[in-house]
Write a protein that binds this ligand. Structure first.
Ligand SMILES: Cc1cc2nc3c(=O)[nH]c(=O)nc-3n(C[C@H](O)[C@H](O)[C@H](O)COP(=O)(O)O)c2cc1C
Length: 161
């Protein structure tokens, strides 16, 4: 993977967009925020993500990091539904936006990580550029999902500097 520079800016601003029902994805998001801050990036955690606000506040150095679990019949958690519904409905042009996705799920479900995959697809359809591969954390394989996130982050974060 070629190193990614935000228009020559080495420090990025990362809006961390969370979808979580029981807290697992939230913990992963907060953990990744700490790792990013340790690398001098700025972060903001969005527990009730608002698409309009996120679009209005983004700059050239902004990256969206989606961290979401899957619930129901393969859906994103309730707190992320307004964001995904707005995204699907308004279809904003996101060609200048970079993003990454960390999905949590349980491989016993046919709809494994479908929530994260759905957000990934929506962003891609609207032209956003993905940085690195989507991480899918199978919570049946990791007592601490943060451990899987750490392994992914070690490689993925090289794209930011
Ligand atoms: C009611 C319920 C439905 C779920 N449905 C799915 C699913 O369709 N696909 C999947 O991969 N995981 C599914 N999961 C697993 C959760 O995504 C997983 O437990 C995750 O760690 C929850 O994270 P959260 O606490 O941030 O919501 C489900 C869990 C529950 C309790």
């Amino acid at each position: 993977m070629a190193p990614f520079l935000f228009a020559g800016i080495n420090m990025a601003h990362i809006d961390i967009i969370i979808g979580s029902t029981l807290g697992a994805a939230e913990y992963v998001a907060e953990h990744l925020a700490e790792q990013l801050q340790a690398q001098q990036h700025s972060t903001e955690l969005h527990y009730q993500p608002d698409l309009s606000r996120l679009l209005a506040s983004r700059g050239a150095d902004t990256l969206w990091l989606i961290v979401t679990s899957t619930h129901g019949a393969g859906q994103v958690p309730d707190n992320l539904q307004p964001f995904t519904q707005d995204l699907a409905k308004s279809q904003p042009k996101l060609h200048d936006l970079h993003y990454a996705v960390v999905a949590l799920g349980d491989s016993n479900y046919d709809t494994f990580c479908a929530g994260g995959r759905q957000v990934d697809q929506l962003l891609e359809q609207n032209g956003a550029q993905k940085i690195g591969d989507r991480l899918e954390i199978d919570v049946t394989q990791h007592d601490l999902p943060e451990d899987a996130a750490d392994i992914w982050f070690a490689e993925w974060s090289q794209n930011l500097s």
